[in-house]
Design a protein around this ligand. Structure first.
Ligand code: ADP
Ligand code: MG
Length: 337
């Protein structure tokens, strides 16, 4: 296998724990994930399922009380987990950048946009003033913001423009991977949609890969190539976005799809999933989703499901287990309504 055949990012068995007074609790549990060059992979799941913790684990941005307890994050052929800060510094921003949920937190409120971009470039060895100016104007142009705003402070921009300014900053070094944690969630629906279109357009034009986290599955339906559904720190379904949307294999994916309004399609009442994800300190036996699952069988509360092959996707549900297929289940999924 040559270098260019290897995925850009390969996460192997990544687990992250939070050290609490009562002992470590696992927030990300044995996740395997690849992101290919130029690929758009979305991570979805309700709040508290471990999405942000996983992204921070991948970007090596975790701090106490969180720590990686096992696993590897192979990026461009190198394991980031074993690198020290000095080794990571050139990788951050230049090869991989992160866009946070709220630009209000990520941008410095007392610094003009130009100064923030300049600081970042200087930290990475670009000192030429004209070059800094040129690149700052260029990235702002990429996200459709007038360069007059280089002299603006973050609070002088609208929410949507602030998020765009953040994305522009993430593109300063033309990274191969941009990691985004709910970058549109602070915006209204119209601004959300327009920012998504812009992210997708940039991704296709510039060719970077995106790892995109959202709790709103409908947001990514038309934008992501593959979809990872997370529940209680585990991956519960992984597959092509179209396949997961059209025929969700895991009952949780199905529940999530019904919990958000579809972008097209008729306006149906939203169902939502009753209950909430389990506390990390009190994981249910067997399947973690069993207490909320409408298809629960006796086996589900006893046997911990693995990730099984399920018609072209992977799903962590006993419906797809060759050994524990519940006796009275009507799986496979094409047989269900
Ligand atoms: P998501 O991004 O999917 O909403 P998070 O990654 O923020 O989920 O959180 C995952 C889990 O980790 C949650 O159950 C949360 O309660 C727990 N968690 C987050 N921060 C801490 C902390 N400092 N100590 C203990 N548990 C934490
Ligand atoms: Mg989060």
């Amino acid at each position: 296998m040559t270098d260019s055949d290897a995925p850009l990012l390969e996460v192997r068995g990544l687990s992250v724990v939070y050290d609490t007074p009562a002992g470590p609790v696992t927030a990300v549990d044995d996740v395997d994930l690849t992101v290919g060059r130029g690929e758009f992979v979305a991570v979805v799941g309700e709040s508290g399922c471990g999405k942000s913790t996983m992204l921070f684990g991948i970007a090596q941005l975790l701090s106490s009380p969180a720590r990686i307890s096992s696993g590897e994050v192979i990026f461009r052929g190198r394991n980031l987990v074993t690198m020290n800060e000095k080794q990571l510094a050139p990788v951050r921003w230049q090869n991989m950048s992160v866009v946070m949920q709220s630009a209000m937190n990520a941008l410095n409120p007392v610094k003009r946009i130009a100064a923030q971009y300049a600081d970042t470039m200087r930290e990475h060895g670009i000192r030429d003033k004209a070059e800094i100016r040129r690149r700052s104007e260029e990235v702002l142009g990429l996200v459709g913001i007038d360069t007059i705003h280089l002299t603006s402070y973050p609070h002088q921009l609208s929410g949507g423009m602030r998020q765009r300014a953040m994305i522009a900053m993430a593109l300063l070094f033309s990274p191969e991977l941009v990691i985004m944690d709910e970058p549109t969630s602070a915006l209204d629906v119209v601004a959300q949609r327009s920012l998504m279109l812009q992210i997708k357009e940039l991704q296709q034009r510039l060719g970077f890969a995106v790892l995109f986290v959202t709790h709103d599955m409908s947001l990514v339906s038309h934008f992501s190539d593959r979809l990872l559904v997370m529940y209680a720190g585990q991956e519960v379904e992984l597959g092509e976005t179209r396949t997961v949307f059209d025929t969700p294999a895991h009952p949780y994916s199905k529940g999530l799809l019904e919990a958000f309004p579809s972008i097209r399609g008729p306006k149906l009442p939203l169902v939502g999933i009753p209950g909430s994800p389990p506390a990390l300190s009190a994981m249910p036996h067997g399947c973690r989703y069993a207490p909320r699952c409408p298809l629960v069988y006796a086996d589900c509360v006893e046997v911990e499901p693995a990730l099984y092959e399920a018609d072209g996707v992977k799903a962590r549900c006993l419906l797809y287990s060759p050994d524990h297929r519940p006796a009275n289940a009507t799986a496979p999924r094409e047989a269900r309504p």
